[in-house]
Design a protein around this ligand. Structure first.
Ligand code: PHE
Length: 353
């Protein structure tokens, strides 16, 4: 570059300033702005080159020119920063807009995404409502039980087959075979009678466990609802009436229920509670093993030994108890030929209810 006079240098600075100002005006993105910054303001930019020319000037002119360059640089910097901050704000706004997630967006077929209460839970709620309507309270008990509550207090002797290891899930906790996953909801009868005085009108829904191989009617974890009534002068007629009432409420007129003599160590007399198999309508099929009937559970009058185990006088108090499978009940009510689908969690099945 040829030697420049002070005047020429000052002209160049003015020129650079006005070019910079008009470029700034046209710029509309950050990339162009960075380019302009490097062309004009960087160490290799126009101003730096002009600065290098000062060496050939005398001291006074050099100082004057230097001051003009510094002044110009400061002004250009500040214009640059004003434009830069405007562009940064716009860029951030565009970025936010592009990342925006509309969580209120409506999908055409919204039923597709709606959740459901599982059929078993819904059936349990319905049962609770029916029994609450009949004057019962809803109670709970633990799924991990002592052998005493699950068997002993219920008059189930040590040699009873239900206590054998092949039927129950025993836990490695405490003395051997002293703790297990409850095999029925009946131990909660014991707990309720020990924590409250009669009269008792209680139902207890809950999960129970048995070492059954899963098939059309069985799963190793299932649900029962226990009923317990303890009062003065309770008879088998009260039991039969309660069961009939409940059967009508849950099944309507299309399913017939029957009681037939049975045996449970904790009730005497005892009965088994069966309903017409809804898969075949009673003619016999694979689900009911050809019998036309499905057993929902058992019931009977509370055995005096059970009253004595919890410190109630069997001369003073009488009562009845029942225990039904909630899964079986839902299975019959909706004619589900294989119970295992209740546990598959296939939404195509679950969505139907
Ligand atoms: N606990 C019994 C069972 O699981 C059912 C039952 C409950 C029978 C109450 C009589 C009285 O098979």
């Amino acid at each position: 570059m040829p030697q420049l006079s002070l005047k020429e240098i000052i002209e160049r600075i003015d020129e650079a300033k006005s070019r910079f100002a008009s470029s700034l005006e046209r710029i509309n993105d950050l990339e162009q702005l960075r380019e302009l910054e490097s062309d004009v303001l960087s160490k290799k930019g126009t101003l730096a080159l002009l600065n290098r020319q000062l060496g050939s000037l005398d001291l006074e002119s050099r100082q004057a020119a230097g001051a003009v360059i510094n002044q110009a640089r400061a002004e250009m910097r500040s214009d640059f920063e004003r434009v830069e901050s405007g562009l940064l704000v716009n860029a951030r706004a565009a970025e936010l807009e592009s990342e925006k997630l509309d969580i209120s967006e409506m999908v055409e077929d919204w039923t597709f995404q709606a959740g459901r209460i599982h059929l078993i839970t819904a059936t349990r709620h319905e049962l609770e409502d029916i029994f609450v309507g009949m004057g019962f309270t809803v109670e709970e008990g633990p799924e991990v039980e002592t052998e005493w509550h699950n068997f002993e207090a219920l008059n189930i002797p040590p040699y009873h087959p239900a206590r054998a290891g092949q039927d129950s899930f025993y836990l490695k906790f405490g003395a051997p075979e002293s703790m297990l996953l409850r095999t029925h909801t009946s131990p909660v009868q014991i707990r309720v009678m020990m924590r409250q005085k009669p009269p008792i009108y209680a139902v207890v829904p809950g999960r129970v466990y048995r070492r059954d191989t899963a098939d059309a009617r069985h799963t190793p974890a299932f649900h029962q609802i226990e009923g317990l009534v303890v009062d003065k002068g309770i008879s088998f007629a009260n039991l039969a009436g309660t069961i009939e009432e409940f059967t009508k409420a849950i099944f309507g007129p299309n399913i017939v229920a029957r009681l037939r003599p049975g045996y449970f160590p904790f009730t005497e007399p005892s009965a088994e509670f069966e309903v017409t198999c809804s898969i075949c309508g009673g003619t016999g099929c694979r689900t009911c093993s050809g019998t036309g009937w499905i057993e929902l559970g058992g019931c009977g009058m509370v055995d005096p030994n059970v009253f004595m185990a919890v410190g109630l006088d069997p001369e003073e108090w009488s009562g009845f108890a029942f225990g039904f499978g909630i899964d079986r009940l839902a299975q019959m009510r909706y004619s589900i030929s294989d119970m295992r689908v209740l546990l598959d969690n296939d939404v195509r099945f679950l969505r139907q209810f």
